[in-house]
Design a protein around this ligand. Structure first.
Ligand code: NAP
Length: 197
């Protein structure tokens, strides 16, 4: 089995994530892509990341129409910071014998050298770098990473989770940027109304 893995904060999941995952699914003839929402302690520069259970729910809603997409809660259930080396080991346990393809966007791909136990990553999975609109690959920077990166050009979906969050307090629509069910949930829960990011 060839299994794609798309890890992310998914706060919220949007059509860029889905388009990128689907492009890799088709171009690399994967059997499935599993979405892995990150655990809460890995808060990056933000200290107001939405609760993991709500991000998991949004991710479930986002992928429900595609039977080749699934979700794993390994990163949410594991205590401590979310490190991809742990994600890959846990997914190996959930899908014994699967050939893993960890999918990263162009920005994240350039930071792999700084990830926890980066020298172990190449043994655990293949790595796939997906371009996004206006962000061509820097070949020099990609070659400096500790893993070989398969390059995939995804169709241009110029949207980010940051932009989605910023639109909410301004009263701007999320429809057609995130799946309808995700937009409905954001409205129902009043997510992002008070965000400064
Ligand atoms: P995110 O913002 O939630 O997005 C998830 C992935 O989708 C990212 O790789 C992102 O690429 C990509 N993406 C987002 N919008 C896209 C679009 N419009 N078109 C194409 N691709 C798009 O991701 P994140 O919170 O940075 O986390 C990424 C993964 O890296 C997670 O699994 C995280 O655990 C892992 N990570 C691990 C370590 C570590 O092990 N120490 C450190 C950092 C990250 P971009 O990055 O280009 O936005």
């Amino acid at each position: 089995m060839k299994l794609g893995i798309l890890g992310g904060t998914f706060d919220p999941p949007h059509l860029g994530h889905l388009a990128a995952a689907n492009e890799v699914l088709v171009q690399l003839a994967l059997d499935e892509v599993v979405f892995v929402p990150a655990g809460e302690p890995r808060l990056k520069e933000r200290d107001d990341v939405t609760d993991a259970d709500i991000r998991v729910l949004m991710t479930r809603l986002a992928i429900e129409s595609n039977h080749s997409f699934s979700i794993s809660e390994v990163d949410v259930l594991r205590p401590g910071p979310t490190y991809t080396v742990d994600t890959l080991r846990d997914i190996q346990g959930e899908y014994p014998g699967a050939e893993l393809y960890f999918i990263v966007g162009a920005d994240a791909a350039l930071t792999i050298h700084a990830w926890h136990q980066a020298d172990q990553l190449a043994e655990l999975a293949n790595f796939v770098a997906v371009t996004r609109p206006g962000t061509p690959f820097s070949e020099t920077a990609l070659r400096a990473q500790p893993v070989e990166l398969i390059r995939i050009e995804a169709p241009g979906v110029a949207i980010s989770s940051t932009e989605c969050r910023a639109r909410v307090p301004l009263g701007l629509p999320l429809r057609y940027l995130v799946p309808d069910a995700v937009a409905d949930l954001i409205a129902t829960f009043g997510l992002y109304m008070d965000l400064q990011h």
